[in-house]
Design a protein around this ligand. Structure first.
Ligand SMILES: [Zn+2]
Length: 654
């Protein structure tokens, strides 16, 4: 292989094949098959590139798509894949290897994608499989610059072959490929992958045999470079397609009659001129715990929060609210249940690790029933119970930052549909936590551009001051101070005005708070002025104006201070800082499964003081934040006072 080995695939396990009847109908291109594989009618139709290798050799991943162009079902298990192999230490095989394919039946016109089985939790389904070499040590490998894949029949003859870049390997059956190789994939500078370890979460570039002109001449002329990979469906996005509104969906797939991998996104609610954000939301069976089941009012709340910013959120919760595909019922799948069996513990492990014993992994759900055709477009969320092996109440969620998967775990929180207040708490906690975890996948941190939490002037559901308490109806009133009081009373265990002992501020006493249907969830627009902890002025409130008599009570003395003073107001033990707001709405990265470099680059702050300040000023008023890196965000367990409050509400109801 004429390329440096700059990546690696790790730890795969033998794939347990299973025969699956496949029942989806897809358009079969009419062009006559004239290439080397007439007898079988099985072809490669897409090879996705492996850009992850650019930044991290342990994350090399790619995938290939196979289509059945014949008029009869074909069992993939009769074929083998030939390619270079890479072992878990990053060593390239001495010669190309062959890999067994799973026993899965492709109907006429059916598609299937194959990728490396990096770890146990990757499951596969009727449209996708994860594979590994016979000895379990190697994974199929190609780089951006060179590679080949070959499909072999049971008797070892070439069924199909494609070669690209500087690759020189010849097919087993000579003559199956003639002429030059397909051009290499373009290099991408500053590539930043998501945290996902699933190769089928990689959607940067592909070469395809286009559905509209499916050519099988066994030359580079058959293949087209495209910027919108379409896994396990027809390659129906034209190479010249663009994504004008930068939501990851090509314009061609947003119009009536347009498709993406055969999916009708228009029927699901996508439209030109609006940014569309699709979320596949599954849940565990929650017979006695409504915290696990999507609440319509909670989904409504999230949809409304985005709508004002021309972002249309399309949840799919299967047939929970109705059996037919009806976007208004959050059903984009028809009569299919998204409910999974209850398990007390679910995790999103880092890297290629598996979940702890007794816990399921979010990867199991996202790699199993989640239609792989949706993966370049949809984010995947799961409402599960707990992240603790014990199954006890705890952390509210976990997310890829940025990425396409998030976990919400509000199980055992004593959430209930009984009584108006408790119903509102359920709705608001679920809505606020979904929007918060979703926000991480869109690139937001607890301080917007930074991890620094509890900045009162960062007026966002991403901020722990506001995630479960909501944003006050007025940023200029006493609402922010009341949330500051609540946080200091519970999280920082301090008496506060009106609540003379620690952990005594009741949830339902928070004005405009979670016990009311009107609680607001939102991201920040970045319009708040900075708060300098070295010179706090309570009359500035949180930098968004102050009503008459309203003030910020940072020093908890129940009155407005005439003079400025110094104090840490985030609970942070470090040096005093200038706290900055962040324009979340302008920063959201809706595109999923591609390079996240844009989401993680250095950000200039919206603060008016920064408009004229030079880059990286010497003063404390820093106008630029450093570039961030991708990671998995784990929420801490909320303060015990919150759980005590929920327990009290339950007892009072009895
Ligand atoms: Zn968070």
């Amino acid at each position: 292989m004429a390329v440096q080995c700059n990546s690696i695939l790790i730890l795969w396990r033998a794939c347990i094949g299973r025969v699956v009847g496949i029942l989806f109908g897809v358009a079969i291109a009419s062009a006559a098959a004239t290439g080397p594989s007439l007898a079988d009618g099985l072809y490669f139709s897409e090879v996705a590139v492996n850009y992850r290798a650019v930044n991290d050799r342990l994350r090399a991943k790619g995938w290939i798509e196979i289509v059945n162009k014949s008029d009869k079902p074909v069992d993939l298990g009769s074929y083998r894949l030939r390619a270079w192999g890479l072992n878990r230490r990053g060593r390239l095989s001495d010669a190309p290897l062959t890999f067994a394919l799973p026993q899965k039946v492709l109907p006429p016109g059916g598609y299937h994608v194959l990728a490396g089985k990096l770890f146990d939790a990757l499951k596969g389904n009727d449209k996708s499989s994860y594979i590994v070499s016979d000895d379990g040590r190697y994974f199929p490998y190609w780089s951006d610059a060179a590679g080949f894949v070959e499909l072999l029949s049971a008797d070892g003859k070439t069924v199909d072959f494609v070669r690209f870049g500087t690759e020189t390997t010849a097919p087993i059956t000579l003559g199956s490929w003639t002429g030059k190789s397909v051009p290499a994939f373009p290099a991408i500078a500053n590539y930043q992958p998501s945290q996902s370890m699933d190769p089928l979460d990689n959607y940067d570039r592909s070469i395809v045999r286009r559905a509209a002109e499916f050519r099988t001449t066994g030359t580079k002329e058959d293949w087209t470079h495209v910027a919108f990979p379409t896994p396990s469906g027809p390659n129906d996005v034209p190479p010249e397609a663009v994504d004008a509104d930068k939501d990851g969906i090509p314009n061609t797939a947003k119009v009536a009659g347009g498709t993406f991998a055969g999916l009708d996104l228009y029927a699901m609610g996508a439209r030109p001129g609006q940014r569309d954000l699709f979320i596949h939301l599954e849940h565990l069976q929650g017979t006695n715990d409504p915290g696990l089941v999507p609440q319509r009012a909670a989904l409504d709340k999230v949809v409304q929060a985005f709508k004002g910013h021309n972002i249309h959120v399309h949840f799919d919760v299967g047939n929970l609210f109705g059996p037919a595909l009806t976007p208004a019922d959050y059903n984009l799948s028809g009569d299919i249940s998204f409910e999974r069996p209850f398990i007390k513990c679910t995790q999103l492990p880092r890297g290629a690790a598996d979940a702890e014993k007794g816990c399921s992994s979010l990867y199991e759900y996202s790699s199993d029933r989640f239609d792989v055709r949706r993966r370049p477009i949809f984010r995947f969320g799961l409402l599960a119970s707990s992240q603790l092996q014990s199954g006890e109440k705890g952390k509210s969620g976990r997310s890829e930052l940025p990425g396409n998967k998030f976990l919400v775990t509000l199980g055992q929180w004593r959430l209930s549909t009984q009584g108006e207040q408790r119903k509102n708490v359920l709705t608001n906690f679920q809505a606020g936590t979904i929007m918060h975890e979703l926000g991480h996948t869109l690139g937001l941190r607890h301080g917007g551009f930074e991890d620094g939490n509890y900045k009162p002037n960062y007026f966002s559901i991403m901020n722990y001051l506001y995630q479960l308490r909501g944003l006050p109806a007025s940023a200029a009133g006493m609402g922010p101070t009341q949330r500051y009081y609540y946080t200091w009373n519970h999280t920082f265990h301090s008496p506060v005005p009106g609540h003379g002992t620690a952990e005594s501020y009741r949830l339902c006493d928070v004005p405009d708070g979670p016990c009311l249907a009107t609680m607001i969830i939102d991201y920040s627009d970045g319009s708040g002025k900075s708060l300098d902890e070295a010179a706090l002025d309570e009359r500035q409130n949180i930098g968004r104006g102050a009503d008459a008599d309203a003030f910020a009570d940072w020093n908890l003395n129940a009155g407005v201070d005439a003079n400025t003073y110094a104090r840490s107001i985030t609970g942070d033990q470090g040096p005093l800082r200038v706290l900055r707001d962040h324009d979340d709405w302008s920063a959201l990265t809706l595109v999923s499964g591609r390079s996240y470099a844009t989401a993680l680059q250095a950000k200039r702050h919206a603060d008016p003081d920064c408009r004229t300040a030079p880059r990286a000023p010497a003063s404390r008023l820093r106008c630029w934040s450093a570039p961030s890196s991708a990671r998995i965000v784990v929420e801490p367990t909320p303060p015990i006072g919150l759980f005590n409050d929920l327990q009290r509400m339950e007892q009072e109801r009895r």
